[in-house]
Design a protein around this ligand. Structure first.
Ligand code: PLP
Length: 416
């Protein structure tokens, strides 16, 4: 029996984790070209246009609209599908605020559906339990690079005549039965913030098949201005409110170069995450994240779960032991489900009001109580999150697996 480092034994991690540069000459060259255009406005320059064409091409979609962030991209998607005051949008309780910000800005009501305990994604069954006559859209969050089970969700949405928006902010090159997440619903949303698989500092994009949806999204990202000569009406024929979420040419330039790196980044993360799962599978009380059989995860992070009774160790002690081995990890992901945030507890998104929750267009009572999504709450109190990076080496992988196996064996023996 190897002694864990936390008990004074040798660390499983013997060398620093592999690391590497995210940006280089390719990004610099693109930035130079952007500046040489003598305009940084997307409609005048070529960088954002080139980027959106390239991304749409990579995803096999006819249309892509750029936005200033992932949050903006999701708001654009919601605006494009026509979400308005009093509508309900069903989404995940374990996500970034960026998933729900646009819902609230449209004065619509976020409705949270519970998650599968092992994929950490919403399912058709948990969504169906939340559908009402107010439901206008489902915003599926593919968490941490791993696809939700989309076929039954699409079937459910079709049955109820509601739109499906995919939040792929954490899920580039994430495959569902051979199809890319983001191309299955009506519209797919992505983030280029600095923590994602690829970064342009900030930025986002939406992709879609439908031409009309494309024009709506395009206009919604740009104050509802009409820049297309083929569309009826003048530039300033503004019928509805829309924000300015434009991407600028500098962001577009960096994003073009980043796209060339996307495939290898995601391939390595997929390989690393799947190998980590194989390496720790079967350890009592340690549950790797579940990727459905025909799917492929690009592991934005790696989140496993601890069953304290089976593993003989609390989630907190497991984490402390893993950190002592030299493997950075954290207990959980976000501290609570999104619906436990004060905004939802107080039913107040705007200062001094209960808007949008008391909207006369909504006209029904909503509360966000603890216990609303029991699986999601349990995930957050039992999960351990490990980082994944495309620069991590095979030695890093072997040592992380060895660390987890060593801690597991120690606490199992202690439990007897
Ligand atoms: C699932 C999810 N949705 C939306 C967002 C929002 O993206 P951004 O930070 O680019 O606005 C994030 C960012 O962390 C995210 O992880």
């Amino acid at each position: 029996m190897e002694k864990p480092a936390i008990m004074g034994g040798p660390k499983a991690k013997t060398v620093p984790f592999g690391s590497g540069a995210r940006f280089g000459e390719a990004e610099l060259q693109q930035l130079r070209e952007a500046l040489d255009q003598q305009t940084l406005f997307y409609w005048s320059g070529n960088k954002v246009k080139t980027f959106t064409q390239k991304f749409a091409g990579m995803y096999g979609m006819p249309y892509c609209v750029a936005a200033s962030s992932g949050t903006a991209a999701i708001h654009v998607a919601l605006g494009a599908v026509g979400i308005t005051e009093g509508d309900e949008v069903i989404t995940s309780p374990i996500t970034d605020m960026g998933s729900v910000i646009g819902i609230l800005y449209q004065n619509a009501i976020p409705i949270f559906a519970d998650l599968d305990p092992h994929t950490y994604n919403m399912t058709a069954a948990t969504i169906e339990a939340r559908i009402t006559d107010k439901t206008k859209a489902i915003l599926v969050v593919h968490l941490a690079g791993n696809a939700a089970d989309m076929d039954p969700i699409m079937e459910l949405a079709a049955r109820h005549g509601i739109k499906v928006i995919e939040d792929c902010a954490q899920s580039y090159n994430c495959y569902y039965k051979g199809r890319l997440a983001g191309t299955i619903g009506d519209i797919g949303c992505f983030s280029l913030n600095d923590f994602k698989h690829i970064s342009a500092g900030d930025g986002g994009m939406v992709i879609m098949r439908d031409e009309d949806l494309y024009y709506r999204a395009f206009r919604f990202a740009d104050k509802n201005y009409n820049r297309f000569p083929n569309l009826p009406g003048t530039n300033r024929d503004i019928a509805l409110l829309a924000p300015n979420y434009r991407m600028n040419e500098l962001t577009g330039a960096v994003a073009i170069a980043q796209l060339d790196r996307l495939e290898s980044i995601c391939a390595r993360r997929n390989q690393y995450g799947d190998a980590l799962t194989r390496g720790i599978s079967g350890l009592p009380g340690i549950y790797p994240p579940m990727v459905l059989p025909e799917n492929k995860s690009s592991y934005w992070f790696y989140m496993l779960r601890i069953d304290e009774n089976e593993a003989g160790v609390s989630r907190e002690d497991f984490c402390a032991a893993l950190q002592a081995e030299g493997v950075p990890c954290s207990a959980g992901y976000i501290p609570t489900c999104v619906y436990a945030y004060p905004l939802f507890k107080n039913l107040s998104a705007y200062p001094g009001t209960h808007s949008p929750f008391d909207s006369p267009h909504y006209n029904r009572k909503i509360t966000y109580e603890d216990g609303l999504c029991p699986n999601a709450e349990k995930i957050l109190t039992t999960a351990v999150r490990l980082s994944v990076n495309e620069h991590y080496t095979d030695q890093d992988l072997d040592e992380v697996i060895a660390a987890i196996r060593k801690i597991s064996a120690y606490y199992l023996q202690k439990k007897g």
